[in-house]
Design a binder for this molecule. Structure first.
Ligand SMILES: NC(=O)c1ccc[n+]([C@@H]2O[C@H](COP(=O)([O-])OP(=O)(O)OC[C@H]3O[C@@H](n4cnc5c(N)ncnc54)[C@H](O)[C@@H]3O)[C@@H](O)[C@H]2O)c1
Length: 442
């Protein structure tokens, strides 16, 4: 019995007597049902995970910045240290990985970890291209009987997410027609930063670049506060995907949770003039999604960086909601942000007789904590709200939007096969080119 199977069987056995195989004793807490976690990307956003994972054994810390490892090591003194996540994943006693690195390495770390049978919590965005999203999802689907995954869209734990799903699927606005989500963040940049100075000794810059095409060092990529440094690099095509991947991961999650969608059949997008270095500040993307068993076909739209949908009435100012969504149905609108919602019945037929509020017992159960849901899932039923199936499909849609923006044409998409049907140039843009030696699905 390996350690991971043991963790699950001890939990399943409840209070039953368990005979310990050798090699599962872990320090002062033995015999333990704690996970052995590798924290990859150990500072910045990772700080928000320190408390949650401190209930487990953090056995490995990996960061391209040795000073950041030193900070994390104060929290987790028993962990081994690595600067290269590929080496880190060779450590034999790891059960689970929390990945808080740059966006352009998320799909790599996630795939490699899952291919080694490890549970993964990966910060958003899960992927930087359509192909990365599909590969991560497929690797997860192959392994879903033994691993738990979660993408770091922790706002999903807001009770508002469940209430919106209930209202939409129970028909408070009648038959669903379309959904629009938006975000107002603007991070304009002219292009990649020019070479300036050399990386400090503590920073393994070549590993930071990792699979991306090489760009010379500039301290400007590292000037953000801990947890916000991603805003120093995530708008550059080779490191991130701008706001559609960043806040889009959180905000589209409100929508995705309520529409039960898989692949769109078409996509079109417009925005700023194309810049080969920097993703667009302003972007509007439109996807058509086929009908499912409870709603007709719908249009889903994303607006960012200044583009905004029209409000249904002049007395509603959608600009007051920095990141939000609006669902349009036959009988009204539901407007929301992460933790509040507004229902606007609309039209002469909007008498609400078609809608019955749920009884308390029928409400969607509330999770305790988002990170906790994943830790429990690793030890038990493997069920999480934002697994790589759910979140993989969502980020695939978003990345497809960027492809449509780049070619400037409406694209027909064959989701099951991951093919653009009417534009070979767009088909090529579904994937990225990596530096020699870096393998996405290793
Ligand atoms: N869920 C949220 O609300 C939320 C909030 C902030 C950031 N994030 C996400 O977290 C990630 C990190 O953001 P950040 O602002 O902390 O960025 P950051 O630039 O500070 O990087 C985080 C840490 O990862 C390290 N790192 C970078 N590349 C690495 C690599 N290849 N291997 C190992 N370590 C590496 C950095 O040195 C740093 O310590 C981003 O993907 C971002 O989208 C999520």
């Amino acid at each position: 019995m390996n350690r991971r199977k043991f963790l699950k069987s001890t939990l399943a056995a409840g209070s039953g007597l368990v005979i310990l195989p050798s090699g599962v004793l872990s320090g002062a807490n033995a015999p333990s049902n704690k996970l052995n976690i590798a924290l990859i990307g150990a500072y910045g956003r990772a700080k928000a995970h320190y408390k949650g994972i401190s209930t487990e054994n953090v056995v490995a810390l990996c960061d391209v910045n040795e000073e950041h490892i030193a900070i994390a090591a104060k929290e987790f003194p028993n962990a081994k240290h690595y600067v290269d996540w590929r080496k880190c994943l060779e450590q034999k006693d790891i059960d689970a990985v929390v990945c808080c690195t740059t966006d352009h390495t998320h799909a790599f770390v996630a795939n490699w970890a899952m291919n080694r049978g490890l549970h993964v919590y990966c910060e958003k965005p899960l992927a930087n291209s359509v192909q990365e999203a599909r590969t991560v999802r497929e690797t997860y689907l192959k392994n879903r009987h033994k691993i738990a995954t979660q993408v770091g869209t922790q706002r999903h734990a807001e009770p508002n997410f469940n209430r919106i799903r209930e209202l939409i699927t129970d028909g408070v606005i009648g038959e669903l027609k379309n959904v629009r989500a938006w975000g107002n963040r603007q991070l304009p940049k002219p292009g990649y930063l020019p070479e300036q100075g050399s990386p400090p000794q503590n920073l393994h810059y070549d590993l930071w670049i990792g699979p991306a095409p090489f760009h010379p060092y500039n301290p400007g990529y590292f000037i953000g506060d801990p947890g916000a440094n991603c805003l120093s690099w995530n708008m550059y095509w080779d490191f991130g995907t701008g706001q559609v991947g960043d806040m889009g991961s959180h905000t589209m999650d409100i929508v995705w949770n309520a529409i039960d969608a898989k692949w769109p059949t078409s996509v079109k997008a417009t925005g700023d003039e194309f810049n080969p270095d920097v993703s667009p500040v302003e972007l509007t993307a439109t996807w058509e999604h086929p009908a499912n068993d409870w709603r007709p076909e719908i249009t889903v739209m994303w607006y960012q960086g200044g583009a905004m949908p029209h409000a249904p009435k002049p007395y509603i100012d959608l600009n007051q909601i920095g990141h939000g969504a609006m669902f349009t149905g036959k009988n009204g609108f539901l407007i929301c942000d992460f933790n509040s919602r507004l229902v606007l019945p609309y039209g002469n037929d909007a008498d609400l007789t078609y809608y019955k509020p749920r009884k308390k017992d029928d409400l969607i159960p509330q999770m305790d904590s988002f990170q906790g849901e994943w830790i429990n899932a690793c030890k038990g039923n493997l069920k999480t709200s934002c697994n790589f199936d759910y979140a993989g499909l969502m980020i695939e849609q978003m990345m497809l939007g960027l492809v449509a923006y780049r070619v400037g044409e409406k694209l027909d998409y064959d989701g099951p096969h991951g093919k653009v049907l009417n534009n070979p140039q767009a088909d090529e843009l579904l994937s990225k080119k990596y530096r020699t030696g870096w393998v996405l699905d290793g």
